[in-house]
Design a protein around this ligand. Sequence first.
Ligand SMILES: NC(=O)c1ccc[n+]([C@@H]2O[C@H](COP(=O)([O-])OP(=O)(O)OC[C@H]3O[C@@H](n4cnc5c(N)ncnc54)[C@H](O)[C@@H]3O)[C@@H](O)[C@H]2O)c1
Length: 253
Amino acid sequence: MTAGLNGRSVIVTGAGSGIGRAAALAFAAQGDRVVVADLDAERADTVVEEIEEAGGTAVAVTGDLSEQAVVDRVTATAVERFGAVDVLVNNAGIMDSMSAPADVSDAEWERVIRVNLTAPFLLSRAVLPHMLAAGRGAIVNTASEAALRGSAAGVAYTASKHGVVGLTKSLAVMYRGSGIRANAVCPGGTATAIAVEADRSAHGPATLAPHFVNLGRVSRPEEQAAAILFLASDAASNINGAILPVDDGWSAV
Ligand SMILES: NC(=O)c1ccc[n+]([C@@H]2O[C@H](COP(=O)([O-])OP(=O)(O)OC[C@H]3O[C@@H](n4cnc5c(N)ncnc54)[C@H](O)[C@@H]3O)[C@@H](O)[C@H]2O)c1
């Protein structure tokens, strides 16, 4: 640990598992102070313990980030405990059941859009006044390969992640010149706990299967975290509105 090197106040959502956990550990390892936000209290507490045992600083906030009250609690915790919000990583997300547009239920559509797109919007809106007052900030959103193509997931997940790209670009343009940057990573297949409950209908995985070629190597969560940390760092000071595939070249095929 190199505590004190950076000392930024960083919010990472979905930090209890997978890519978010790897990012939280990596930010903490370089001396940033991390709000570990996740639905799962046990996982969030475990990540905070891991960070503290390694000499870092973190605090857990648990709850469903698609609820405004939870978003407000996450933001208030960062400001009260760490004095600012320097970095927001909107990473929490859920997969869909690979349903086609004619088959998806209202409940699935609304839940996936709410968690994957509305929650990042709510949290961005909540932290922006703090970033604007400070004249600096970096937002990094975890989109997906499904933000770049129609064949990587069902309609709900695909639409939600294309929406994350739109949110990222709007943030980048609207706050250009204010010291705030917004970028997104698009992970390809990554070894995490994300659950895919595939719809068995004719238009679900059966339709998508022929497109699941040239995926490339499955990445480690740490490889996604490295890209997130780069986009949040001063090394990326002129990168704003970029949508970065981290997918062993899948999107290039
Ligand atoms: N794993 C992949 O192959 C892959 C590929 C492309 C994009 N992604 C994206 O990466 C991001 C991270 O996913 P992961 O693969 O690390 O999965 P993961 O399931 O390991 O981690 C996701 C975390 O988000 C949390 N979460 C889910 N819904 C939440 C909510 N409403 N409020 C708060 N926390 C919530 C979960 O509890 C979990 O800890 C997601 O946005 C996902 O869509 C993953």
